[in-house]
Design a protein around this ligand. Sequence first.
Ligand code: C2O
Ligand code: CU
Length: 467
Amino acid sequence: IGIIASCQVKDQNKSAGLEGISILDIPLEKPEMEEKINFFELVAKKATWNIKGESIEAWTYNGTVPGEEIRVIEGEWVEVNLKNELDEPVTIHWHGMVLPNVMDGVAGVTQNAIQPGESFTYQFKALEAGTYWYHSHQNGFEQVDRGLYGAFIVEPKEKSYDKDYVLMLDEWDVGENNRGMMNSMMGDGSTPGEMDSQMMYQTFTVNGKSAPNINPIDINAGEIVRLRIINAGYQKHVLYLNDHSYRIAAIDGKEVEGNSLTTDVFIIAPGERIDLEFTETGTMDWFIDSPNAVEEAKDILIPVNIAGVEEENYASYRDASQLKIMDISQQGKMDSIIDPNQEPDIEYTMDLSAGMGMMQGGMTYTINGETFPDTEPIQVKKGDLVKVRITNNSMLDHPMHLHGHYFQVISKNGLSLENPLVKDLINVEPHEQYEILFIADNPGDWLFHCHDLLHATGGMVTAVKYN
Ligand code: C2O
Ligand code: CU
C-alpha cells in the first residue's frame, strides 16, 4: 500500500496495473551542437531534517528539503542524472513541463522506476519560461510527503522583475500534537474525510522551514520582486499580505494579466504555482493560512526584510476567514489559445467522488465511480480538440492535474469564463464544475489525476491515451 496504485513498478520489467499501456518510443530530439545543456546531478537519499526543533528522517534530492533548485533559461536543455541511494525505487516527474512522454517520469507509465543503486538520465528542452517543480512519481503519496520534491525555474530571456524568490509550501506531521502521519490514514474510517489529507498535518513549512525559522525575503526598496509560490503539499493555503498591493503575474507558469490586489487573498491549491510581483518600500509581512488547517498550523509569517528599513512591528494576527478570497479562475488572459466555440472532437465527463471503500484508510476516491486502473482513459488521436467536464460530487477539494499538456479553463459552474486561464491543474472544490479544453498534441500516455496524492493513491487517476 501507499502507492499511486498503478504507478508503482514492483517488478522492474512490468508496469503494474497498466496492462495495455505501452511505453511509447517516440524519437527524441537531441540538442544541437550550439545549444546550451545544463547538467544537474540529483541523488535521492535520506537526510536528517529539522522541523520545529524535531529531527526527522526526510527523503531528499541532494540532502535538503526542498531538493536542489533547478534553474535554467528558456530554450536551454536540461540534463539531470538521477541516482537512487534510497532503499526503494524512485523517479522524477517534471510537473508542468511539456516534454516528450518518455521523460515524464511516471513509473509504470512512461518508464520503469529507478531501483536502489541505479541511475537514470532525463534530458529535455525547457521550452517555456515559468515556475515549475519536480517530484517523485513512484509511491508518490509517501515519497513527496517525505520530501522528494524541488523547484524548477525556467527564467525568461528578458525579465520583468529585478529579483525572484521561490517559496515552496508543504506541511508536516511533526511537533507536540503529531498524529503519526502514516498511521492517521488508517483511522477508524467512521466518517468519510475523517482521515483525509486535510487533517493529517500540524506544521506548515516554507522552503522546508517552519515559523519562526522561515528564511526572510531580503529586498531593496523599490525593486520589482517576483515571488514564485509552489504548493508541494496536499492542503490548499491562503496567502495574504497586510494591505500591501501586489499583482498576480503568472499561474501554473503562464503569464496572466492579473489586476493589482490589496485586501483580497488568494488560495493556492496542491500542485499549483502562483507568481506574484510587487514593489515595496515599507514594512510588510506575508501570511500563510489554511482554511482547513488544524489550529496549530495557522498563520505562518514570512518575514520580508527591506534593506535600510527598520522592521516596525510584526503585523498582528488576521483571520483569513474574514478576508475576501479572490477567484483566480477570473485572472486569465483575454485572448484564449483555443477558440472555446469550436466543436470538440472528444468529450469526456469526469465525475469525482469520495466514499467508503476497500482502499487504505477506508476511503476510495473515484472518477466516474471507478478507481485507477479501472477508470476509463481519455482516448485521443493526435490533433484532437478534447473537452473535459469535471464535476466534484464530494465534500473534498480535488486539484486535478494533467501531464504533458496545458488546458484552457473555459467555464466554471456552467458560466463561461471571460478571461480563460491556461493551466495544468485545476482545483475543483466541492460541488463545483469546470470545463476545460486541450489540444492533444503530445503523443504518449499521460496521467490526469488528483494532486492530493492521498486521493490519487486511493484511485482518483485516469490517463490520456493516444491511439
Ligand atoms: Cu505533480 Cu502526476 O504530478
Ligand atoms: Cu482529490
